[in-house]
Write a protein that binds this ligand. Structure first.
Ligand code: ATP
Ligand code: MG
Ligand code: FE
Length: 339
């Protein structure tokens, strides 16, 4: 069965085709970074308009890439939330319209489920159950995952997400947009510990996080002109990584599980990966990541989540018109398993 996946929740238009027999057979992605750079952040109205423009082109390109026709599709999966309402409506409207036309099921997919299941696309995929560390631009959560749609929230950020902290700190340090990866590259040239930043909620005794205080601490210390920006970046990255690693290990301990899955844009961070690899290897635990290109938003993870749900019987016998509904806010642990 072939599933078309559509993603437009924020500033990436993603389209992909997943074949349940052959795996990923096409992947098209357009990033709006250049469009929003002048504003230093995503402008929702511009994002929606660009998704409308790109989506049909990317769909045609994906079908051509795989050598598949519209008639060869078995289902269409689209991101239904969470995200920017106007942006979400592009994939939702396109997906529902195509599915109704073709008489095939349309599967509304939770964006974070896409991120969370993306490590399963790798050759060396983890088995259920596992602990997932979701670290993206909008979310920082630890989840217990027992299967598709079986998610229990263990802890989350009480304020900024880890990626958001990277982006905001980069912005106040005057780094190029989008700041997260730029700050990470600068960090690799500096030395952590020359300046001291807090490790927020490291000893809070729960699995929650707080990252908004870090950017304030950076802002205060930046007034001291003798601090090298690279050293500040390195200490900032070390502070975030220290807390993410400690809480992930605590989540494994609390659940008694031995597999950790890391997903979302911050999962591309090399310092985080190095520390998690080392810490889990020492404890005979294992950590799994999506390939770096699939850490940030893409259509592949949506097509894949849709395919898993389709295989489990979701959307069976479906294939008519539906209301186009999106959920800009949508708790992941409110999902249910396909059957
Ligand atoms: P959400 O998935 O919560 O809706 P999002 O889709 O915007 O948010 P992602 O696309 O998963 O988030 O990830 C983008 C985030 O990842 C940005 O905040 C970005 O700064 C961060 N990021 C990407 N690469 C790195 C890196 N190497 N180090 C640290 N952060 C990074
Ligand atoms: Mg993005
Ligand atoms: Fe995302």
């Amino acid at each position: 069965m072939i599933v078309l996946g559509l993603e437009s929740s924020c500033d990436e238009t993603g389209v992909a085709l997943y074949d349940t027999e052959r795996g990923l057979i096409a992947q098209q992605l357009h990033s709006q970074i250049d469009l929003h750079a002048a504003y230093g952040g995503v402008v929702p109205e511009l994002a929606s308009r660009d998704h409308v423009r790109r989506m049909p082109v990317l769909i045609r390109q994906a079908l051509a890439e795989a050598g598949v026709s519209m008639a060869g599709l078995d289902a269409i999966a689209y991101t239904a939330g969470p995200g920017l309402a106007g942006a979400l409506l592009i994939a939702a409207g396109t997906g529902q319209a195509l599915a109704a036309t073709l008489g095939i099921p349309a599967l509304p997919i939770h964006h974070l489920e896409g991120h969370l299941l993306s490590p399963l696309l790798a050759d060396d995929a983890p088995a259920f159950p596992f602990v997932a560390l979701l670290v993206s631009g909008g979310h920082t959560q630890l989840m217990r995952v027992d299967g598709v749609g079986r998610y229990a929230l263990l802890g989350e950020s009480v304020d900024d997400a880890a990626g958001e902290a990277f982006d905001k700190t980069a912005k106040l340090m005057g780094l190029a947009y989008p700041g997260g990866p730029v700050l990470a590259r600068l960090a690799d040239q500096g030395v952590a510990g020359r300046v001291k930043l807090p490790r927020p909620m490291l000893h809070s005794g729960d699995l929650n996080f707080s990252f908004s205080g870090l950017k304030t601490a950076v802002m205060t210390q930046l007034r001291d002109a003798s601090i090298a920006p690279a050293d500040m970046a390195a200490e900032f990255q070390a502070a975030v990584v220290d807390v993410l690693v400690a809480k992930s290990l605590a989540a494994l301990k609390q659940t008694g599980l031995s597999r950790l899955v890391v997903a979302g844009g911050v999962g591309a961070n090399q310092a985080l990966r190095a520390r998690l690899n080392e810490a889990t290897a020492r404890r005979r635990q294992r950590v799994f990541y999506p390939e770096p290109a699939l850490c940030t938003d893409n259509g592949a993870m949506i097509a894949f989540a849709g395919a898993l749900r389709l295989l489990d019987g979701e959307g069976e016998g479906e294939g008519g018109a539906h209301a186009v509904a999106v959920r800009p806010r949508w708790p992941l642990d409110s999902l249910s398993a396909p059957r």
